[in-house]
Design a binder for this molecule. Structure first.
Ligand code: SAH
Ligand code: MG
Length: 215
């Protein structure tokens, strides 16, 4: 229960989603066993549908973890689409590499090891679909760096923006998460009012924001 949706709604949505393929199911189990926060299945499904509509050629992900969402994205795009994903934990880079190398998508996905705030300014290519799924307190900084590499009509998807519902309701905020919640509120306020961009917030999973860059 994360106070974003009524439990019965979440349960129902999950119950009608198609089963994941075997290699993804294994990663879902691993993530559960080792408490690795991968995208919820309904968010994975949202990503898949968005990618089928947007048909990006170059995807950037911030926050690889074990490579689950990178593989979801790889499996929902055509062969010429390439994915670059950034991760600051070496153990995760190792796990993700192993998981990705085991699939037919290994040539589509490139992992960059390091802090996103340091790597982002060094990227000189454009990315028409960006998935933000890393340190929530830094989203605004990430977004500002991403604006330069996102072409017109590009999309930025930000995960976990409602952070267990805390972002939407003061009563839910636990003390040690106060700063992150404040930053996420500032982030959502910023991206929803930003000229030249359009944003909507979808209350599934842990909250997802979709941002579109106008022409
Ligand atoms: N996208 C993954 C889950 C990512 S979990 C999936 O859904 O399958 C978030 C990951 O972001 C963690 O592994 C964490 O180490 C990484 N991370 C957090 N802050 C980061 C930063 N500033 N730079 C690079 N990686 C970061
Ligand atoms: Mg997430």
């Amino acid at each position: 229960m994360n106070y974003i949706n009524e439990e019965y709604v979440e349960k129902y949505i999950l119950s009608i989603l198609p089963e994941s393929e075997e290699y993804l199911r294994k990663l879902e189990e691993y993530a559960k066993d080792f408490h690795i926060p991968i995208v919820e299945k309904e968010v994975a499904q949202l990503l898949k549908v968005l990618l089928k509509i947007a048909k990006p050629k170059k995807i950037l992900e911030i926050g690889t973890a074990i490579g689950y969402s990178a593989l979801i994205m790889a499996s929902s795009t055509d062969d010429i689409c390439k994915i670059t994903t950034i991760e600051r934990r070496l153990d995760m880079v190792g796990l993700a590499k192993k998981n990705i190398d085991n699939t037919k998508y290994k040539d589509k996905i490139k992992i960059l090891y390091g802090e996103a705030e340091e790597i982002l300014p060094t990227l000189d290519e454009g990315f028409d679909f960006i998935f933000l799924d890393a340190a929530k307190g830094q989203y605004l900084g990430f977004f500002n760096k991403c604006m330069d590499i996102l072409p017109a009509e590009g999309v930025i998807v930000s995960d976990n923006v409602l952070f267990k519902g805390m972002v939407a309701c003061d009563k839910l905020v636990v003390r040690r998460k106060k700063t992150i919640v404040k930053r996420l509120r500032e982030y959502l306020d910023y991206i929803t009012h930003l000229e030249g961009y359009g944003t909507c917030i979808i209350p599934i999973g842990d909250g997802v924001a979709l941002t579109y860059k106008e022409e």
